[in-house]
Write a protein that binds this ligand. Structure first.
Ligand SMILES: Nc1nc2c(ncn2[C@@H]2O[C@H](COP(=O)(O)OP(=O)(O)O)[C@@H](O)[C@H]2O)c(=O)[nH]1
Ligand SMILES: [Mg+2]
Length: 175
């Protein structure tokens, strides 16, 4: 199972809906309703293999760690259109990365809503989050993608990452 975490309304459900529909129907933005608790969805990876993703929102933040052991990879989503939330998300990300249970877990950081005109640009994100340093100093293998669950930007790269993770999980007997 792959875990997808991030604050409320960052775009987790929309991403999963996009991935379920193979990122088709770009003009049609699926409607999402706020997820209460957790949401399990089966999505397709790049080679049409299926993978189960568990979405957990901000309200569940205090118990995210209960799911780290069962997750062979973690996606962490941040809403780039909300600069004030980005700093908080960064702290949550570093907390997650420092947990013993995630030390060998590949992580994908999704900088979502990059389509939003009020969103921050990459240099701003770098200075606010020091994301490159976070990535450099973390023990995990971390990838970072700028995405838009709305326009579908870079979602092909997300499906490729999911495929790689499902292959890695197959290769290890413990997951
Ligand atoms: N502009 C923009 N809006 C987005 C994007 N992703 C999600 N949204 C919108 O943000 C709102 C919350 O999305 P949702 O997927 O329910 O967030 P969740 O709480 O993380 O599951 C919805 O109105 C989405 O249409 C994005 O990349 N760009
Ligand atoms: Mg949701």
């Amino acid at each position: 199972m792959i875990l997808l975490v991030g604050a409320t309304s960052v775009g987790k459900t929309l991403l999963l809906k996009r991935l379920q529909n193979n990122n088709s129907m770009k003009d049609d933005i699926p409607t999402t309703i706020p997820t209460v608790g957790t949401n399990l969805m089966t999505v397709l990876t790049s080679k049409k293999a299926e993978v189960t993703v568990r979405e957990m929102g901000g309200a569940m933040g205090p118990i995210w760690h209960n799911y780290y052991n069962d997750s062979h990879a973690i996606m962490f989503m941040i809403d780039m259109s909300k600069p004030t939330q980005v700093a908080i998300s960064c702290v949550q990300l570093m907390t997650m990365l420092s947990q013993p249970a995630t030390q060998n877990t590949p992580v994908l950081v999704l900088l979502n809503k990059m389509d939003n005109a009020n969103g921050m640009n990459w240099p701003e994100v770098q200075s606010l989050m020091r994301l490159d340093q976070v990535v450099q100093h973390a023990g995990q293998s971390i990838s970072v993608l700028e995405t838009s669950a709305k326009t579908g930007h870079n979602l092909d790269k997300v499906t490729k990452w999911l495929y790689q993770q499902s292959k890695l999980a197959e290769g290890s007997s413990t997951s």
